[in-house]
Design a binder for this molecule. Sequence first.
Ligand code: 5GP
Ligand code: ZN
Length: 119
Amino acid sequence: MSHDPNCIFCKIIAGQIPSRKVYEDDDLYAFHDIHPWAPVHFLLVPKLHLPSMAQLGPEHERLMGKLMCLAPKLALEQGCRPWPEGGFRIVCNNGAEGGQEVQHLHVHVMGGPRPWHKG
Ligand code: 5GP
Ligand code: ZN
């Protein structure tokens, strides 16, 4: 399923639920997390509805490569200082035991002045 009408992130991507958009292109969407853990905290997601990384196959290599290559650029634009003094953290939760709450593949991109950590 490329779009799940019951998925909260599909609704955000479609504009049916408002979000603070960070970036959008044909394949990817990024928006600020509603409950930030860090001074910079946004979510970067494929527009394609994939429940988690567990559903990834070889056909998604280009998409996920694009996502990972975009993350550092967006982190800088959102106020993370450059590597190595600054930097950012990427977290991708998968499945119940991986702490995943929203079943649409997403990476958390977090950064900014410390101290901060995931509670
Ligand atoms: P997970 O635990 O699945 O990796 O994290 C899901 C993240 O999505 C959480 O950090 C949560 O704050 C965020 N989130 C859940 N619902 C919404 C929403 O409606 N809007 C935004 N902007 N973020 C959301
Ligand atoms: Zn979805």
